[in-house]
Design a protein around this ligand. Structure first.
Ligand SMILES: [Zn+2]
Length: 550
């Protein structure tokens, strides 16, 4: 049941009991008095519609640099959250590279550099609780860095693709950027899940006063090769076993389809699907069969259905186990999760069928970011409302759902010229000094791109526009023929500085306010925002103060 309905239900029950008590007391006067009191106390409030209104939750995804490394800086951050009416700080304590931000006794080798003596989690829980703010300990579950302690010590725990290599062999985007993360196999036991991740969660639940454990990256990789993993030795053995594609007790027996029914797939009941000689096949052949095989000869290539089911089962199992272990240690600690916008799609692509997690999860926090939608900002506002409505339907309102939004992606139109300019300047940097033609082309591109940025910059930070304008002019003069590496580096640095500290107004505050309104139209139980650091860069904290005012 959703929190809203529950509260409404209670009000009605209480009314009923009071009336009943008054009647059985027998005194008409007493009954009349109680009824009058009820009329006075409840009716006006109910007609104003304020009785059953639950409080909208406000959560904020935050990172260790946001809180600093001293008790004073943590206190300042908490005060800022308090002013912005944030009631849950979701703090990253296990990052994308596998680095952790608590003083772990079991995993000291994973503690982030510079955090050996400052325990972010301990300071934050103390300061936040003093202000009535909850702390969710946020873990990047299945991604690790290619140089992380877990992968260094246990390379055999990594997910493998059909070529037998890890996700660090993949590339991103048209520029084929190196992917620096190694995803770990959720299935393998003993392995990453039961030897590293679950023990970490247990350690936090045992030693820290956190309110929730927050799952993120609780899935298979999605931005690189969403269907390419995992084909490690363990999974090659267990995918066919989980789907029971042959009999373990009589592994050599094969029952072929007896073509009795007219429709070929209607003859599916006792088929042993695993091809003969399975054991002798290599990783690529096995993976190819699991992805492209047919469960019935002559039928559709449907074998990957079992592959999807297996992956969903592995992620489900981890979410369940984490919940059970946390409950055993401290039943007051809850579980929340950052999940993708559509659980049917994420079930199929990344093993994350999250709308079925109500038994093991206390708060759903779908990341319904604009980056996952095409179209204009106005289109996004409607998509955001509709998607949130559907998310509440998918979860049957069984657990509170916080509509997740990321501030940065709201500003695609404002940010794009700056990102484009940074990219063009970096391209120029990589051009040889002798390639005059390409340099002249690049100079023209830089000039055009800067034109798109200049107007907005001049409006909100005229001095910075002048400074950057001079650097641009210096770099593009004479078709960039005379641009020295030092001049290009200076421009690169100035643009990076601008990206890290945007002038107030550059990101129009009304866009954030309107996105929050769009979330509210779907009536979620709360709103969760990514992220504290970005709000600082984008100068949007005051907007949040207004939008989240109680
Ligand atoms: Zn595996």
């Amino acid at each position: 049941m959703r929190a809203g309905k529950l509260k409404h239900f209670c009000v009605r029950i209480c009314t009923h009991h009071l009336t009943h008590a008054a009647r059985s007391a027998g005194g008409l006067l007493a009954a009349a008095f109680v009824l009058a009191a009820l009329t006075l106390m409840i009716t006006p409030a109910e007609t104003r519609g304020i009785v059953a209104q639950p409080r909208e939750g406000h959560a904020l995804w935050s990172h260790p640099p946001d809180v600093g490394k001293s008790p004073e800086s943590v206190r300042e951050f908490v005060a800022k959250c308090k002013r912005a009416n944030i009631d849950t700080i979701v703090m990253d304590i296990k990052g994308m590279s596998g680095e952790i931000y608590w003083r772990s006794k079991k995993f000291p080798q994973a503690i982030a550099k510079g955090y050996e003596s400052f325990d972010v989690l301990e300071h934050l829980t103390r300061e936040a609780h003093a202000q009535g703010i909850k702390v969710d300990a946020w873990l990047v579950d299945f991604a690790e860095g290619e140089r992380s302690a877990a992968f260094r010590e246990h390379p055999e725990w990594a997910m493998l693709n059909p070529d037998g290599t890890t996700t660090a062999s993949e590339t991103l985007g048209v520029a084929k950027r190196h992917y620096a993360y190694v995803w770990m196999c959720p299935a393998r036991r003993p392995g990453y899940t039961d030897q590293w991740l679950l023990p970490m969660i247990e350690e936090i639940a045992t030693n820290y006063a956190v309110d929730s454990i927050h799952h993120d990256y609780v899935r298979y990789p999605g931005d690189v090769a969403p269907e390419g993993y995992c084909f490690c030795d363990y999974c090659l053995k267990h995918i066919p076993r989980y789907a029971m594609l042959s009999y373990e007790t009589r592994p050599d027996e094969r029952y072929q389809v007896r073509h009795i029914q007219e429709h070929i797939e209607a003859n599916w009941s006792d088929v042993t699907m695993l091809p003969a000689g399975w054991q002798q096949r290599d990783r690529r052949e096995k993976a190819d069969y699991i992805l492209n095989g047919r469960s019935i000869p002559g039928g559709p290539p449907d074998m990957r259905y079992y592959f999807y089911e297996y992956r969903v089962h592995q992620i489900d199992t981890f979410v369940r186990e984490a919940h059970e272990r946390i409950q055993k240690i401290n039943p007051r600690i809850k579980t929340s999760a950052a999940v993708f916008k559509n659980p049917l799609q994420s079930g199929r692509f990344i093993g994350q069928r999250w709308h079925e997690w109500s038994r093991w999860l206390d708060v759903y926090m779908p990341m319904t970011y604009r980056s996952f939608f095409s179209g204009s900002f106005e289109d996004y506002l409607e998509h955001y409302t509709e998607t949130t409505v559907r998310q509440i339907e998918w979860t049957r309102g069984e657990k509170p759902l916080y509509a997740g939004l990321a501030s940065t992606y709201l500003y695609r139109e404002e940010m794009q010229p700056l990102e484009d300019l940074r990219e063009r300047v970096n391209e120029l940097k990589n051009l040889p000094a002798t390639d005059a033609t390409s340099r002249a082309d690049k100079a023209r591109e830089i000039s055009n791109t800067y034109d798109a940025l200049r107007v907005r910059l001049a409006q909100f930070a005229p001095e910075r526009e002048r400074d950057i304008g001079l650097l641009v002019t210096g770099v593009i003069a004479d078709g960039s023929r005379a641009a020295t590496p030092e001049a290009i580096d200076k421009l690169v640095a100035a643009l990076l500085q601008l990206r890290r500290d945007l002038p107030p107004g550059f990101c129009p505050p009304e866009k954030l306010a309107r996105a929050i309104e769009a979330a509210r139209r779907a009536k979620p139980d709360g709103i969760v925002i990514f992220s504290a650091g970005n709000l600082t860069i984008e100068k949007l904290w005051p907007t949040l103060e207004t939008a989240f005012k109680r």
